[in-house]
Design a protein around this ligand. Structure first.
Ligand code: FAD
Ligand code: MLT
Ligand code: ZN
Length: 538
């Protein structure tokens, strides 16, 4: 890696130093694809408590829902015509019942894995007619407990609906089954010179349909915008079995309400997405990644403002991490930090991507030179090859795993005005210290630390309270305190992870009564029997 401290201190001569070496950097795409694989759940030996027990005081099974019986299972067998399409074995059910954080656990007795949209339609119609509650499930990487049942809901997994349907290499329009794994879709696009307009750490496991259902944001929203902009059409099975199909929609279409938008971010509450048509950009040819150390949150903002100004169209990610998250990462990964000169309060990861390496290198080196000269950056490092590029990204992308590695994590994925954003981490910490719950090393304390990282370019903070156990005591200190704090600052209690089970009762902190009534009205209209993902969302 190229150390900025060694090379840039004194500045201005920097172009001579950096340019030749960065020129050797990442061709980009292979690196992007290789740097992530399927996301393993962070800890796998501990058993997870049933949601019905942990949150028994807040939620109880609605007895209007029928309990699964043999006749139902026989019907599903007749639809799927393949015994591998049904999972009933207790051990096999475990993966589908537990969420990625190992915080929520349902008690479903049945997973269905349809292979066609028609099968999804027949299954849903039957469930609707018989009042059987269902949970649509993609890669089960969701972080708000939305992808697993609360009680005995039937899980409908999209994992067998996993074919690329078509790709147009002139328009860049990809049509795919909902169950295609994001990384596979991206690799397919890479082979055709295109890129999926969304990238996230879970890409080795999450589905194209799952990211649309959650309206995931990820690491490059700054560059490619929200899925509300790039999704062109959807195929969705409604609870009564009706198939809504807008897969052939063109980029411009002002004929009536834009119905697909309703399903983007609907978290499986009004229909099952079975197909996605999405507009994909050309794949950048040149990537650079720099990791910078800065001394304060205010400086992070200054560096961000400079990056937007000076890197402008080639800036593809601007991520921040606090020093505490990097201490935990160092411990968990058992690696030396790439910035060796010391521990710093904040770190920033900047990615540029474009079509001309020389042009990008020049812009980046000028920007970094200026930042050093102005004293904004204390130290930094630039990836010199694909391995280093992956390595720098891993100090950011491993954080979901790192923060959950002590036993559990309370995650707060929030939008806040940039000036206030990090204040929430400080406020949460104060509360935990006040309650005498937190200590980095004292194992008798339930909380390890509260750390912050996230997509600062999108005003999105991930406050992660890393715990040794999940406990009511911790949760009561944090909730509703965190949500009230966000509401006071006019933020959103969910920036990109959704509402799921975790935030069902907190939507009121971000939406007003009229909005909530309109959302409830839509839910009732599309799912009058309430069979879709009950006990969640709204
Ligand atoms: P699941 O987890 O299976 O489901 C999520 C929700 O969508 C559930 O409510 C489910 O019922 C519903 N659903 C799933 N598929 C369908 C479908 N076909 N039709 C209807 N409803 C459906 N999120 C971000 O926004 N940005 C990030 O940077 C990010 N990084 C992550 C990193 C890691 C390591 C992990 C574990 C998660 C991350 N997430 C991130 C969370 C994110 O929500 C998910 O990774 C992804 O969007 C969910 O996709 P999935 O296929 O796993 O869906
Ligand atoms: C991320 O940005 O890493 C994800 O949203 C997951 C997380 O919040 O931990
Ligand atoms: Zn995120």
């Amino acid at each position: 890696m190229l150390s900025l401290r060694r090379s840039l201190r004194g500045v201005r001569g920097v172009s001579l130093y950096i340019a030749p070496s960065t020129r050797a950097v990442a061709k980009g795409l292979a690196a992007q694809a290789a740097r992530r694989t399927a996301v393993a759940a962070p800890y796998s030996t501990k058993s997870v408590a049933f949601t019905a027990d942990t949150y028994g005081s807040k939620v109880s099974r609605d007895e209007k829902y029928k309990k699964l019986d043999d006749a139902d299972t026989k019907y599903f067998e007749s639809v799927l015509q393949d015994t591998n399409g049904l999972i009933t074995d207790a051990d096999d059910l475990l993966f589908f019942n537990e969420d990625w954080m190992r915080k929520y656990r349902g008690q479903s007795q049945l997973v269905l894995k349809p292979k066609t949209t028609d099968q999804v339609s027949r299954i849903l119609k039957y469930c609707n007619d018989n009042l059987l509650a269902v949970v649509p499930q993609g890669g089960n990487t969701g972080l708000v407990g939305g992808s697993v049942p609360v009680f005995d809901e039937i899980i409908i997994s999209l994992s067998n609906l996993n074919k690329i349907r078509s790709f147009d290499d002139v328009t860049g329009i990809l049509k795919a089954d909902a169950g295609v794994i994001l990384e596979n879709a991206d690799q397919y696009l890479a082979d055709n010179g295109y890129i999926f307009p969304l990238d996230l750490g879970a890409k080795g496991s999450c589905h194209v349909g799952g990211v649309v259902a959650t309206n995931a944001g990820g690491l490059r929203l700054l560059r490619y915008g929200s899925l509300h902009g790039s999704v062109l059409g959807l195929e969705v099975v409604l609870p009564d079995g009706t198939i809504y199909n807008s897969m052939d929609s063109l980029r411009k279409d002002n004929t009536g309400y834009d119905l697909k938008q309703l399903f983007i971010g609907s978290e499986g509450t009004i229909g099952i997405i079975t197909g996605v048509s999405i507009l994909c950009p050309a794949r950048p040819q040149a990537f650079n990644v720099a990791l910078l150390a800065v001394s304060s949150y205010e400086t992070v903002l200054k560096v961000f403002a400079g990056a937007r100004r000076e890197l402008s169209e080639i800036l593809s990610a601007f991520e921040f991490m606090d020093g505490k998250s990097q201490i935990l990462a160092r411990r968990h990964l058992k690696l030396d930090h790439p910035i060796e000169s010391g521990e710093y309060p904040f770190y920033v990861l900047i990615e540029t991507s474009g079509s001309n390496k020389d042009h990008d290198d020049e812009k980046l080196e000028t920007f970094l030179g200026n930042a050093m000269e102005e004293g904004l950056v204390d130290d930094g490092i630039i990836a010199q090859d694909e391995t280093q590029l992956r390595n720098l990204w891993s100090w950011r992308e491993s954080l979901p795993e790192v923060t959950a590695s002590a036993g559990g994590v309370y995650k707060y994925d929030v939008s806040l005005p940039l000036a206030d954003l990090y204040g929430l981490v400080d406020a949460a910490n104060e509360k935990l210290v006040e309650a005498n719950l937190a200590d980095l090393d004292d194992e008798s304390k339930p909380v390890v630390d509260a750390v912050g990282y996230g997509h600062i370019g999108d005003g999105n903070l991930h406050l992660n309270v890393c715990t040794r156990v999940y406990s009511k005591e911790i949760e009561q200190v944090l909730e509703p305190f965190v949500y009230e704090w966000i509401s006071e600052k006019k933020g959103s209690v969910s920036a990109e992870h959704g509402l799921g089970f975790q935030k069902k009762n907190y939507i009121g902190y971000s939406k007003n009564d009229v909005e909530i009534e309109m959302i409830k009205g839509l839910k009732k209209h599309y799912d009058p029997n309430g069979i879709m993902n009950p006990y969640k969302y709204v």
